[in-house]
Design a protein around this ligand. Structure first.
Ligand code: GLN
Length: 452
């Protein structure tokens, strides 16, 4: 399937009410005719209260009042959210609305969107391939031209990696930049909601809308919303760190795309500075220990009593067992491993140790940022894999190698396509906390230069 064009978010903002309703009807038709992609888990409904508002596709782990939120898990079937996530409230305040539910890996645990109770989503650029994950539905819909803009969540790369596999733009904001109120928690200290869009301008626009303080989330900083869009400057020059030692892990096509883009960045007047960093294997082990520990704690509430659809049993233990059996295998495995690393006797050896290495990783980023404005890296070690080609969970975890350090350090990063044919390849810019403007500026400049 070829990538389709769609009206951009920026263009949509200047449309009249009636024109917007026509766009929505057209979108509905396109969604119907691309059902085989399985990007949407339910067809959106046109609602009177949303008349004239710009439709934004929402990942299935973000609460929308009176609508079902399931995190692509059987255990949440039938759960209707009684409230809006803060980001959804902010969309409404800006003449936008939630429109449709994007497929994802169950509870955000995965890198391919194959681990969804609704079945897998296909990559519109090549339907024999995965769209990436866990926000695979959001990215696939943008690439297929069946959403104007969308929201995903990024715990360890789930916005940037599907954006890279589908040839679209994905922005993971600084931890604390965007409220997590109403985002179903997977790993609370790592995740942020962020935009997946057709281009850098739209990502900037959407960040400005969803960011800012929220008194319902104590981890959200008391900062005003960003104003990145009005200040976008594609001509600014930056000092950019490149981590060439890391690139050995990547496929030939990704390595080539990396070195070609470095040349382009140099020709644009940026200064590139080679840097070194701790072995990336530490990023993977640290991330998976912390993410699983937090997941085991966060998912304890889905027991058929407090939350989650209840499957009765002979006694209470049976009821818990039956209800929690509705989790998929990947989720179960992570809950078990997470409980293990938190258990007495192992806590010091695994969890505490991981927290120490996390501090070390943060320090390494800070050292690089002492004389560089940002870091330039690939998003994933290879192009989107074909279905079922990832054999083991471990293989899947290893493919997160370039994205998870950013979450461990709480930094902002943007993924933009540097190649679309034969298959999309994305690269990311990572910068200091709360300096999203830097990476939006450079990405805007590179996007213009590449003309993709
Ligand atoms: N692939 C990573 C994981 O499975 C990241 C997922 C995410 O960012 N939600 O945990």
């Amino acid at each position: 399937m070829k990538q389709k064009s769609q009206i951009t978010l920026k263009q949509a903002m200047s449309l009249k009410q009636g024109e917007m309703e026509e766009i929505k009807l057209d979108l509905l038709k396109k969604i119907e005719s691309t059902k085989e992609l399985n990007a949407y888990i339910q067809t959106p409904i046109m609602q009177e209260k949303d008349k004239g508002k710009i439709p934004i596709l929402i990942k299935d782990n973000i609460c929308v009042k009176d609508s079902e939120v399931t995190c692509a898990s059987k255990i949440l079937h039938g759960f209707t959210s009684p409230y809006n996530a803060t980001v959804v409230e902010k969309l409404l305040d800006s003449n936008m609305c939630a429109f449709g539910r994007a497929n994802m890996d169950e509870f955000g645990m995965g890198s391919t969107t194959e681990k969804s109770c609704y079945g897998r989503t296909k990559n519109p650029c090549d339907t024999s391939r995965v769209p990436g994950g866990s926000s695979g539905g959001s990215a696939a819909a943008i690439a297929a031209g069946i959403a104007i803009a969308s929201l995903g969540s990024d715990t360890g790369g789930s916005i940037r990696q599907p954006a890279s596999y589908c040839g679209v733009v994905g922005l993971k904001p600084t931890y604390g930049r965007v409220s997590r109120y109403g985002l179903v928690a997977y790993s609370s200290s790592l995740e942020q909601i962020g935009p997946i869009t057709q281009n850098v301008e739209d990502a900037s626009l959407l960040l400005d809308i969803i960011s800012g303080k929220c008194n319902k989330d104590s981890t959200c900083m008391s900062l005003e919303s960003t104003c990145t869009f009005s200040q976008l400057n594609p001509d600014k020059s930056f000092k950019i760190a490149i981590l060439e030692d890391f690139i050995q892990e990547a496929s030939e096509s990704v390595q080539n795309a990396y070195s070609q883009t470095i040349k382009i960045l140099e020709s644009m007047g940026h200064t590139l500075i080679p840097k070194k960093m701790l072995n990336l294997d530490y990023h993977i082990t640290t991330y998976y220990i912390i993410a699983m520990a937090e997941a085991s704690a966060n998912l304890a509430r889905f027991d058929g009593v407090r939350y989650g659809s209840r499957l009765e049993g002979k006694n209470l233990a049976d009821l818990y067992f039956n209800s929690r059996s509705q989790f998929g295998d990947e989720v179960k495995k992570r809950i078990l491993l997470g409980s293990f690393v938190l258990s007495s006797g192992y806590y010091d050896a695994y969890y505490l140790q991981a927290q120490k290495v996390r501090t070390l990783i943060k320090q390494q980023y800070n050292e690089i940022f002492q004389d560089c404005d940002m870091i330039f890296l690939p998003v994933a070690p290879d192009v989107a894999p074909t279905f079922d080609s990832t054999k083991s969970s471990l293989e899947m975890y290893l493919s997160d190698i370039y994205t998870i350090g950013v979450n461990l350090a709480g930094l902002p990063a943007i993924s933009i396509p540097v190649q679309k044919d034969p298959l999309p390849i994305g690269m990311q810019f990572i910068t200091k906390s709360f300096e999203e403007q830097n990476i939006l500026d450079i990405a805007f400049g590179l996007e213009r230069e590449l003309g993709l």
